[in-house]
Design a binder for this molecule. Structure first.
Ligand SMILES: C[S@@+](CC[C@H](N)C(=O)[O-])C[C@H]1O[C@@H](n2cnc3c(N)ncnc32)[C@H](O)[C@@H]1O
Length: 187
């Protein structure tokens, strides 16, 4: 099966960035470690937009793991398009979305479906604060469609009935802040 950037007509350079070099970058692993800090032992985890399943390497051995993605860049990936009206094919306790929401057509719609299915969500987002036009252009060049501030993100999560229980900083630089949030569903 074709990998998603080809199928969806995106920039082929993302193939190398997301599925090659980027997986070797220390912050990708640090983001997973921070996500794991939000996840209880022994739970059943859905890694949505899992890519190469880097999270799996960091997860406690007592957890059950399933990775979902548009593409089969890892042979165990279950193919799922978060931009479609999806349902998860099995039950999970926690859904994780690391480096994914920025790239979806409608991240709120996807999250609303996720919230229906699980009690807890762990996500990352590269938020903007005082981002310059050049910052936004650079984000767009790597496929990001949403340029939310941390307040924008909090407002959207609140609107979905999600409460922030943990917040971790992956990195910060002028104009941008990369956060990992642990969230629980209100119901
Ligand atoms: C920046 S990579 C992050 C990969 C992984 N979560 C990690 O932390 O290493 C973004 C991932 O989101 C996936 N993705 C993007 N749009 C998607 C969609 N509509 N449905 C499912 N996965 C999607 C891509 O295929 C890619 O694997």
């Amino acid at each position: 099966m074709a990998r998603w950037p080809w199928k969806r007509g995106r920039d082929a350079r993302l193939l190398g960035r997301w599925y090659g070099e980027q997986a070797e970058e220390e912050w990708v692993h640090q983001r997973c470690r921070l996500a794991v800090a939000c996840i209880d032992e022994g739970v059943n985890v859905a890694d949505l937009g899992c890519g190469l399943q880097v999270l799996r390497e960091h997860l406690h051995a007592s957890c059950t793991y399933t990775g979902y993605d548009l593409g089969d860049m890892h042979p165990d990936n279950v193919i799922l398009d978060l931009d479609e009206a999806f349902t998860l094919p099995q039950e999970h306790d926690v859904a994780v979305l690391l480096g994914v929401l920025e790239f979806l057509a409608d991240p709120q719609a996807a999250l609303a479906r996720v919230v229906e299915a699980v009690d807890a969500v762990v996500l990352s987002f590269v938020c903007v604060h005082e981002a310059s036009e050049a910052d936004v252009k650079r984000r767009e060049a790597v496929g990001a469609k949403h340029h939310w501030s941390e307040d924008d993100l909090a407002e959207r999560l609140h609107g979905l009935g999600l409460t922030v229980t943990q917040r971790h900083l992956v990195w910060e630089r002028p104009g941008e802040r990369h956060v990992v949030l642990g969230l629980t569903s209100a119901d």
